[in-house]
Write a protein that binds this ligand. Structure first.
Ligand SMILES: [Fe+2]
Ligand SMILES: [Fe+2]
Length: 144
């Protein structure tokens, strides 16, 4: 199931950010920077999997171009920009900014992920039917 695969990936990303924030709160700056970088790469990769494969295939299959996938793409743009701001703040050791932007980013990301898990992924699973497993393999094969 697409839902299961993508939901697991949401959780893996969340976990990396929590670890990065914990490390930074413990003043383990280098570890925090490495963990944040993993989170940053994993989250951008997740958005790429959706935009370049999953949403595109769903749109082709259903003809739904201006619906939920368009809204999710727009939210990705906003999230990507917040991720850039977090990364810059961390690289300049502006930790308060990092945590502040991180809080806004996380609220937006949680709402975004919830919409995908509750609405969009189930729609995609129904649209893809038996080809869902092939799609999951394609997503796994995408290079980071
Ligand atoms: Fe998304
Ligand atoms: Fe997602």
């Amino acid at each position: 199931m697409i839902l299961e695969f993508m939901r697991d990936d949401h959780r893996a990303c969340d976990h990396l950010l929590a670890e990065a924030e914990n490390a930074l709160a413990d003043k383990k700056t280098n570890e925090a920077k490495e963990l944040f970088e993993s989170f940053y790469q994993a989250t951008n990769h997740h958005f790429d999997m959706e935009e370049k494969e999953l949403f595109l295939t769903f749109e082709k299959k259903t003809g739904m171009m201006g619906g939920p996938t368009q809204m999710m793409r727009y939210e990705h743009q906003q999230l990507r920009s917040l991720l850039e701001s977090m990364r810059l703040a961390l690289s300049e050791n502006r930790n308060d900014d990092f945590f502040g932007i991180g809080e806004s980013m996380m609220i937006m990301l949680q709402q975004h992920n919830m919409k995908e898990e509750q609405m969009l992924y189930p729609m995609i699973d129904r649209a893809l039917e038996s080809t869902a497993e092939v799609m999951i393999q394609t997503l796994k094969d995408m290079s980071r």
